[in-house]
Design a protein around this ligand. Structure first.
Ligand SMILES: *Cc1c(COP(=O)(O)O)cnc(C)c1O
Length: 408
């Protein structure tokens, strides 16, 4: 494919300027579509509302905005066929090298990784088991989890026909291992843990049972992409569509080679195994690779400082309204560990609650989604900045000021 033809093929896409690979700076990575270049506006054509995300990455708000490098990877690879086995293997090998781990693969998201990792622990490479999962004739396979770690996404485990065995504390965990145990899952962002990560890994190793950690939303910091395999977890997952800014329908599963190979056997392009309904396409696999590479190469300190300066801009504008006070809040993580702006005001002066302002922002034009946070037991308006395009910082600042001002 000649460069000229690629350019022609990209003409309809709003990010085409940025896609040509010469603009990798943080500011330009977020550049707004140049409206005069857009020939067809699918939001308008279909009457779909554009949303400004002044919150965090949320699946219902389409995750993140993919980096231009990711869109470039998607577009530039869309003109040729590839053997999907080869693609998954080669991208996996490269990502494993980047993550300093034995093996890696691209899944259709972290939830898919949870399912495939569990399936891998149950079936190994046994073709018969891969064929019948989750319809086990005998005792159900067991997965150990801490009681306080139970969460929405653990249905990916029971989908494999496994049973979750809840434990509290290292002693109960020790006693839970038996012949049916296939895996133990650690929810990294759980509020509290009765077994530490270190003890969890040690107990799993002692009983020769694979340990899996779900760290889906747990970058930044970038170091977390290396931390858990170093700690000894056998499998790790991260979402593609959160702060890594890859396709939201992609994710990473990485760790022990035998397990990742077994996970692949339970996935597309193999026909009919449990993971087949969670297919990942060629472009997303290339896109996920490009996203990971870009994330690892990013200047994270510069990005963090940029977020702080965005907060300052919005805070200064909002504080022009009588009684309004802003402060930087840094979420301690592990999930969503980045700064945002907390805004409070005297409700005798500005006669609105934080929920009222949130609702007005969302219903307004443009529609802005912010959150309501909690500070010392009081509700505060929580304005997120990490997902704003540079041109949207001013838009959000102006709308927040306008709404508060009108309530005086
Ligand atoms: C977002 C999230 C998931 C699901 O990830 P997807 O990539 O959307 O499938 C799973 N676990 C945790 C802790 C998450 O935050």
């Amino acid at each position: 494919m000649k460069r000229r033809e690629v350019i022609k093929g990209l003409g309809l896409l709003p990010l085409s300027g940025a896609m040509m690979g010469n603009l990798l700076t943080a500011e330009k990575a977020w550049s707004a579509p140049k409206s005069k270049k857009v020939k067809r506006d699918l939001f308008d054509e279909l009457g779909v509302t554009r949303v400004i995300n002044a919150g965090v990455t949320m699946t219902f708000l389409s995750g993140s905005l993919m980096m231009p490098e990711v869109m470039e990877a998607i577009n530039s690879t869309s003109h040729d066929f590839a053997n999907m086995y080869e693609l998954q293997d080669k991208v996996g090998a490269k990502m494993a090298e980047m993550l300093q781990v034995e093996a890696a693969m691209v899944t259709s998201g972290a939830a898919c990784a949870l399912l495939l990792g569990t399936a891998a622990c149950i079936t190994g490479k046994d073709a018969e088991k891969i064929k019948i999962i989750p319809n086990w004739p005998g005792a159900r396979p067991e997965v150990i989890m801490q009681k306080s770690h139970r969460y929405l996404f653990d249905q990916a485990i029971t989908t494999c026909g496994a049973k979750i065995i809840e434990i509290e504390g290292p002693d109960e965990m020790e006693k839970a291992f038996n012949n049916n145990t296939v895996m133990a899952l650690f929810f990294n962002a759980a509020g509290n843990s009765s077994v530490s990560r270190e003890d969890f890994v040690a107990l799993c190793k002692k009983h020769n049972i694979p340990s899996f950690i779900d760290a889906a939303a747990d970058v930044p910091p970038v170091e977390n992409l290396f931390k858990y395999q170093k700690m000894g977890f056998d499998m790790v997952t991260f979402s593609g569509g959160k702060m890594i800014r890859g396709p939201q329908s992609a994710g990473l599963l990485f760790g022990r080679k035998d397990l990742i190979e077994a996970a692949k056997l339970n996935h597309s392009p193999h026909e009919a195994p449990i993971g087949r309904p969670m297919k990942v396409n060629k472009e997303e696999i290339f896109g996920m690779y490009a996203a990971l590479k870009s994330y690892l190469e990013r200047d994270h300190k510069k990005e963090w400082n940029d977020w702080l300066s965005r907060i300052e801009r919005i805070r200064k504008k909002a504080e022009q309204v009588k009684s309004v006070k802003g402060e930087t809040n840094v979420n301690p993580g592990p999930a969503n560990a980045f700064p945002s702006l907390y805004l409070t005001w005297d409700q005798e002066v500005v006669k609105m609650t934080a929920n009222d302002v949130q609702s007005a922002l969302q219903k307004g034009t443009p529609s802005i989604v912010a959150n309501v946070g909690n500070k010392d037991g009081n509700k505060v308006l929580n304005v997120g900045v990490v997902l704003l395009r540079p041109d949207q910082v001013e838009v959000v600042a102006n709308r927040v000021k306008e709404i508060l001002q009108q309530a005086i």
